[in-house]
Design a protein around this ligand. Structure first.
Ligand code: EPU
Length: 336
């Protein structure tokens, strides 16, 4: 059913007030086809609203993806393919997988948002990215209403990146995603330092199970990242910049402790949180917005913030990091 002038405050984790001129909840391909046939444009898709900053009211049509379902569609001795509806909540899917002893996504516990949004920015945390378990997805073309399958290669995944942020941006609604999960001999990934430390803190001494890893990740995230139910935010606001190694060498002349991770081709990834913290933003409040006190990469809404206020803070942070380090931060959230 098409609604007009829909208030979006309950549908975004930053807690911003904004209205959609036309709005429809879709739970099937035929719902999508019915909604788009009226010719209202532009069309945008909303998932969990956890990676979006509304800076204005939305013209056109906003589709809220509520296509549900979780089903094992193929089985092998050691693994299965699971097909999951794009409207399913990501963390509930992870919990379901862990409860059913399906491994591969436990490091991605507690990430806000929906399954349909997960491939768009190739969600990743604690040493795992969605591309590591991704098989294919089925999307609905918002112009024609036709379905199209994308395999792993066609998605062109990169760090917080895919074809859906580039050539195919805004063109599709992701109906369902198929993941390959292990049923035994799980590939436990404790490569991220915080995980092994947390397992110790939690008293887990035997080789960790996927449930242990999930618990550790939930523990870390609950400490480091603000709960959007309590304090509005959209996770990491910026991407960690990937730069030539020489940039880090230069930074380390002045800051020998500067963190950085080696990438192929003589490049490095520098934690944006560190750069922002060095510029004095961590824990700083500006009007109703601010930079989170425990993780500088996260911007927060202290209550009543507007999208443009948050955007201005983001711009000021970008400018100061640029001035101090010559590094241009790029927002990771979608600014609408
Ligand atoms: N750091 C600081 N100050 C800060 C924050 C971080 O100095 O305020 C430095 C520290 O050196 C720390 C390092 O940055 O060791 C890494 O910090 P953290 O482990 O918190 O990870 P991150 O690089 O800041 C990325 C993802 C997160 C993901 C974590 C864990 C991006 C943009 N963010 O953050 O993803 O949970 O790694 O894997 O890649 C998200 O995308 O919304 C998100 C939360």
């Amino acid at each position: 059913m098409l609604e007009q002038n829909k208030e979006l405050l309950p549908f975004n984790t930053f807690g911003l007030a904004a209205k959609a001129a036309h709005y429809a909840v879709v739970s099937s391909t035929s719902d999508v086809r019915a909604a788009i046939q009226g010719g209202i444009r532009p069309i945008r898709v909303l998932g969990g609203g956890s990676n979006i900053l509304f800076t204005q009211n939305m013209e056109g049509l906003l589709l809220k993806n509520e296509i549900m379902g979780k089903e094992i569609v193929r089985r092998w001795p050691n693994r299965v393919h699971v097909r999951v509806g794009g409207g399913e909540n990501w963390h509930q899917f992870v919990q379901w997988a862990v409860e059913n002893n399906l491994g591969g996504i436990e490091n991605l516990s507690l990430i806000p948002g929906t399954v349909g949004a997960s491939p768009i920015q190739n969600i990743g945390a604690y040493g795992v990215e969605i591309k590591d378990v991704f098989v294919r997805l089925r999307a609905i073309d918002l112009e024609t209403g036709k379905e199209r399958v994308f395999n792993q290669k066609e998605c062109a995944f990169g760090y917080r990146d895919s074809i859906f942020k580039r050539e195919a941006k805004g063109r599709y609604l992701i109906k369902e995603v198929v993941f390959s999960l292990t049923t035994q001999q799980h590939r436990i990934n404790t490569s991220y330092g915080d995980i092994s430390k947390t397992l110790e803190t939690l008293g887990i001494t035997t080789p960790p199970t996927i449930a242990d890893i999930s618990r550790a990740v939930v523990y870390i995230r609950s400490i480091k990242l603000p709960d959007p139910q309590k304090i509005g935010n959209c996770g990491s606001f910026f991407k960690n910049p990937e730069l030539p190694a020489a940039v880090l060498t230069d930074i380390r002349r002045e800051y020998p402790q500067a963190p950085g991770y080696d990438l192929p081709d003589n490049r490095v990834k520098i934690p944006a949180g560190w750069l922002i913290e060095q510029c004095g933003w961590k824990g700083k409040r500006v009007g109703n917005t601010g930079c989170y006190e425990k993780q500088a990469l996260v911007l927060v809404n202290h209550g009543g913030a507007t999208g443009s206020e948050a955007l201005q803070l983001a711009r000021d942070i970008i400018a100061s990091v640029k001035a101090r380090f010559g590094v241009e931060l790029e927002p990771e959230v979608n600014i609408w």
